[in-house]
Each structure stands twice: as C-alpha cells, then as structure tokens.
Design a protein around this ligand. Structure first.
Ligand SMILES: Cc1ncc(CO)c(N)n1
Length: 229
C-alpha cells in the first residue's frame, strides 16, 4: 500500500474528531464564541509564521526545482492569501486583526510549532512534508465536508471561510495531493522502520490540528502566562 493511502486510512478517526469538534460544527452553523475566534487568530498568526519558516527549511532539502516552486508558492499563499481567512474571523468577532498579531504563544501552539521545527532539524524532506501536510489537508477536508453538508449558505457568516478552504487547493491539482505524491516518491528511498517514524510525524500533526481547535475553544493558556511577557 502506498504511504499516502496508509496515512489517510490511519488518520480517519482523528479527521472525524476534527469534523465533529464544536469549533468546526460552530463554523458550520454560523456561531462560534467571539473569544474563541480571537484566541484562534492570535495563535494561528503565530503558527503560520512558524509554518512559513518550516517551508523555507523544506526548500533547503529539495533537489529539484518543481518541488522548490511548490513550497515557494505556498509561502506566497500564506503571506498574501491565507490572511483573508483570519480577516473573516476578525470581522465576525468584530476585533482588530493587528491587535492579535503579537499574541503570546500558547502551549499547544508551542508544541505544534516545535513538532514541525523538529522534523525540519532532524529529518529529511519526507519528514518535513509529513509533519506539515495535515495543515493544508485537514483544512481542505473541513471545508469540503461543510460544503457537502450544505452549510456554506449565504446566511452563514463563515461562508467565505468555508469556501476558501474547500476550494483553495482545486485550481489544478490539490496541494495536499501534490504533497502526498512527494511522500510517495520519497518513501521509495527508505526502509519500513524509517517510514514508521514518518507516519508518526504525520499522525501527531493530525492530532495537534485537533488540539489546536480545542485550545482555542477552551482558551487554554500557560497558567502563569502573565509572568512570561
Ligand atoms: C493550525 C492550522 N492548521 C492549518 C491551517 C491551514 O493552513 C492553519 N491556518 N492553521
């Protein structure tokens, strides 16, 4: 079985937990607490900054220009496109975006960022891609799932957000499909024991995606966060 298929199969229970998480069902039904949206945007700004740097690390591990182009396009997309998804949340919550761009990194954000940096520091291209892929993949799945359920209606204030992630990938070939294809190509170079570690990196990132939604919903922070600033 291809590595990509194995990863998709194994992660199904996590994906289901994400799709049924109150933050996501709230997006589907057009209501998420304002405080949860604000907490999410502050943390996600921090996360996407780390994510961009990890793409830069991935470029250092590429050996052909088409792979480099893919990662370079993604950096461009995060810096200039994905910001719109944050703006939608800010508009709904009626909060000022710039006020959230210096949020202190909460525990799960720290864990997720460090998990990605670890893959970049200690692994090969395959490790980095495995740790990063759940980010675009789960959001695209969330978007498609909410569209399929008929929840991206004109009445839903999150319509633009849902459609953004449902269609973000589909211009030619889905980004996540291209990243899964890189995993399958790279996987040929490795022994099964090594691929086990790659699998773990991917599955942990899937769980961290789930925990990231939960962190925002509950606004989980360091207990002594006020001492750290
Ligand atoms: C935590 C997280 N995962 C995935 C995405 C989608 O890019 C995002 N913006 N934030």
């Amino acid at each position: 079985m291809k590595l990509s298929k194995k990863l998709i199969n194994k992660s199904q229970p996590i994906l289901e937990a994400i799709e049924t998480h109150p933050f996501i069902t709230g997006i589907g039904h057009g209501s998420v607490p304002k405080e949860a949206l604000a907490f999410y945007v502050g943390q996600d700004f921090n996360y996407l900054s780390a994510f961009t740097k990890v793409y830069a690390a991935a470029i250092q591990k590429c050996d052909d220009w088409s792979q480099m182009q893919l990662f370079a396009d993604q950096i461009e997309f995060i810096l200039n496109g994905e910001i719109r998804a944050h703006e939608v949340f800010c508009e709904i919550a009626q909060i000022n975006y710039s006020s959230l761009q210096h949020a202190q990194q909460a525990p799960m954000t720290y864990l997720y960022n460090e998990h990605m940096y670890n893959a970049a520091r200690t692994g090969d291209l395959i490790d980095v891609v495995a740790a990063m892929l759940p980010c675009p993949w789960t959001y695209n799945e969330i978007g498609k799932h909410l569209v399929e359920k008929g929840l991206a209606t004109d009445e839903n204030p999150f319509q633009e957000w849902i459609e953004f992630y449902a269609s973000v990938d589909s211009e030619d070939k889905a980004l996540s499909d291209r990243l899964f294809a890189i995993l399958d190509t790279e996987a040929k170079k490795y022994r099964p024991e090594y691929l086990q570690q790659v699998e773990n990196r991917f599955l942990k990132s899937c769980e961290l995606e789930l925990r990231f939604w939960e962190q925002a919903m509950q606004r989980v922070d360091w207990q002594f966060a006020d001492l750290f600033n």
